[in-house]
Design a protein around this ligand. Structure first.
Ligand code: NAD
Ligand code: ZN
Length: 358
């Protein structure tokens, strides 16, 4: 019997066994490979050569390495290239890149010929631990991010942590905020491991890096498995720190504040809020803050921007987040490190503001 997350493979190098892995899922060997310009340069030749050696027929597509590639116009162009290359429903698509390539490629795979299988080959820490897992794929609309999309589960998620060696440190820290989030919401032991081996993980040292990546990927897969369409509130716990983060990102208009940085600040606020409302003990609050304090990002800049924010405006922009229900702020809180829950009752804006000020 297959375990729930048997489609997630963490292995170095993973691409050399892609033929065998495809066979286990009954996937054919006609593959469209989607890269962004950076991942094409970094890994394209090695991936294509290895796949061709294993008998694959490949067609490659390359998009600019930026968020705006998640657009209907880019998708339209790629459909055209696929039609011209005679790609039909007997093909599958591999997304080799970060979350941008994963979301865009997943969107194309979900729609092309009414859906072809997609395989995720994530190359950023955020993609390995978050965006490639769980089947949410989307492009952006000028009026909002990720609004147009599908649930399209990947047939395989092939994770090779060694691919992270070339990733800039700011992207590493960005991914680490989601990694730490999994410790907070679901796994006390994992939280302890992160705290004990933080320096090794930041330096991408094994076996700690692979442990951190695979534990994160499996926690996300497990949560998604149990609440695929966000009906029970469990999947919503993945948004720990994100209500604050989305408000911050919106106010900073995404300029020079990375998602992971906003999530780190958001988790600090969510820890304080959990404590203020009497759910989280003081000692655990301190422990949580101590781990978050080890994050490195332009702290001065973020702090300045954060402290100078208009608090009412921040609450207002949290309220405008698409995940709010009836203009009520819903927060994911902790009752201990390793366990999160969705707090559905109204929290006075005052209390939220106090948590921000803490
Ligand atoms: P990204 O895809 O833009 O990648 C960041 C940068 O790193 C890019 O310039 C890329 O070319 C480069 N890069 C990728 N791999 C590299 C490597 N190994 N070495 C050097 N450079 C490399 O960004 P991201 O943070 O991976 O993903 C962000 C996207 O993910 C957003 O669009 C977000 O909406 C989406 N997302 C989706 C989900 C989901 O569930 N579908 C979840 C979270 C985020
Ligand atoms: Zn996130």
């Amino acid at each position: 019997m297959q375990t729930p997350s048997s489609h997630i493979i963490v292995r170095t190098p993973v691409i050399d066994s892609i033929g065998e892995l495809y066979a286990t899922r009954g996937l054919g060997k006609k593959t469209v490979l989607l890269f962004d310009e950076n991942t094409r340069k970094l890994f394209g030749d090695a991936i294509i050569e290895s796949m061709q050696r294993q008998g694959f027929r490949t067609v490659e597509l390359v998009v600019p390495a930026r968020e705006t590639s998640k657009s209907v116009s880019t998708a339209w162009k790629l459909y055209g290239q696929m039609i011209e290359a005679d790609v039909d429903r007997s093909w599958n698509l591999v997304c080799a890149g970060g979350g941008v390539v994963g979301d865009l490629g997943g969107y194309i795979a979900a729609s092309y010929y009414r859906g072809i299988p997609v395989v995720q080959l994530p190359t950023t820490l955020l993609a390995m631990t978050d965006s490639s897992i769980g089947g949410k794929v989307a492009i952006n609309h000028p009026l909002g991010k990720n609004l147009i999309g599908y649930f399209h589960m990947p047939e395989l998620v092939l994770i090779d942590p060694a691919l992270l060696r070339t990733l800039p440190s700011r992207e590493i820290y960005g991914g680490l905020s989601e990694v730490v989030k999994y410790g907070f919401i679901a796994d006390r032991e994992f939280f302890d491991l992160l705290a004990a081996h933080w320096s090794e993980i930041v330096r991408l040292e094994e076996p700690w890096l692979s442990k951190a990546v695979s534990r994160s990927a499996f926690i996300k897969a497990d949560v998604v498995e149990k609440d695929f369409r966000e009906t029970t509130g469990l999947r919503a716990t993945l948004n720990f720190g994100h209500t604050f983060a989305h408000g911050l990102e919106k106010m900073a208009e995404y300029r020079n504040l990375r998602h992971g940085e906003a999530v780190t600040i958001g988790m600090v606020c969510a820890l304080f809020l959990s404590h203020r409302l009497g759910f989280l003990a003081e000692a655990e609050l301190r422990e949580g803050l101590a781990l978050l304090a080890r994050f490195r990002f332009p702290r001065g800049l973020v702090r300045k921007r954060f402290l100078s924010l208009d608090r009412d405006e921040l609450v207002e922009s949290m309220l405008s987040d698409k995940k709010k229900i009836d203009r009520q702020l819903r927060f994911v809180l902790l009752d201990r490190i390793g366990h999160a829950f969705l707090h559905d009752h109204d929290i006075a804006n005052e209390t939220v503001l106090q948590a921000i000020d803490d």
